[in-house]
Design a protein around this ligand. Sequence first.
Ligand code: DAH
Length: 341
Amino acid sequence: MERLKDIGEDIRQLQNEAEELLASAKNEEEIEKIRVSFLGKKGKLTQIRKELPHLPPAQRPLIGRLLNEAQEKISQALATRRSLLRALSREKERVDVTLPGIRPSLGRKHPLTQVIDRIKEIFIGLGFEVVEGPEIETEYHNFIALNIPPEHPVRDEHDSFYITDDILLRTETSAVQIRVMESRKPPIRIIAPGRVFRRDQVDATHSHTFHQVEGLMVDKGITFSDLKGVLTLFSERMFGKDVRMRFRPDYFPFTEPSADASISCIICGGKGCRVCSYTGWLEILGCGMVHPQVLRNVGYDPSEWQGFAFGMGVERIAMLKFGINDIRLFLENDLRFLKQF
Ligand code: DAH
């Protein structure tokens, strides 16, 4: 009887021991070790079971039952621990959709793109079409067709990056005028934004790479007042209704007559300040009536078709609109600068 009690006690203790070990088992391996050490072939409970045949027959059923119960409890504890550990590891992988996300850093449009977009919007509103031309141009399109023969002095100002003797990086978007007229019949109403290149010494107001928007309108009976009307509307929409526009005679080989157009200073309202060099005016573009020779160069009859053209510097307008004082900032890709717009 004494022996019976001892065995019963051993079984209970083994069960407790197994349950305690399982409670701190950290992974599947540890759980498996515990299973083997209690329920395996040489496990502690199995050892006791092996003794069953040597017990008095009357005691066997009771011990057998205790063994079965302990085995059952330990098996349950094994399974519980397993599923708990599994649940915990799933928890680690789980995505908590209620957590605030990592905000992706949003890009924005470059200030020059913003200005070009606005210019496009205004001219599209006036019935113009946006076209593009190549940045690598022939000497013919960049100069000769625009009435700038090889010995012409304006070529000095347009010193460029030549690829061969007659292929260069375009120095002005005016070349697109030629390409459009060569490929279409009038009426024409286009603007052509794009990059241009000059071998300029880089400083706060000069860059080897900058942007222009070219404009061209060709139709029957176009006069200088059409040019003034379109550009005045543009200036009102771009800079505001209070801004006045001034046209002064200028010279360009591909227009006759030619003018430079200025707006009343948007900083001081025309009173005179540092930005407008105390003149009250800011030059923003060159323009004029398309030279008859240019029309002839593309096969148009100047007695039938007339047109006006203009070209504006995008950097200049962006600098005025945003109060930027150094043209080099546009090309540096410095986020501290770009994030301000
Ligand atoms: N191409 C000129 C420049 O780069 C700007 C210009 C002046 C364009 C008069 C024109 C124009 O179309 O008519 O300085």
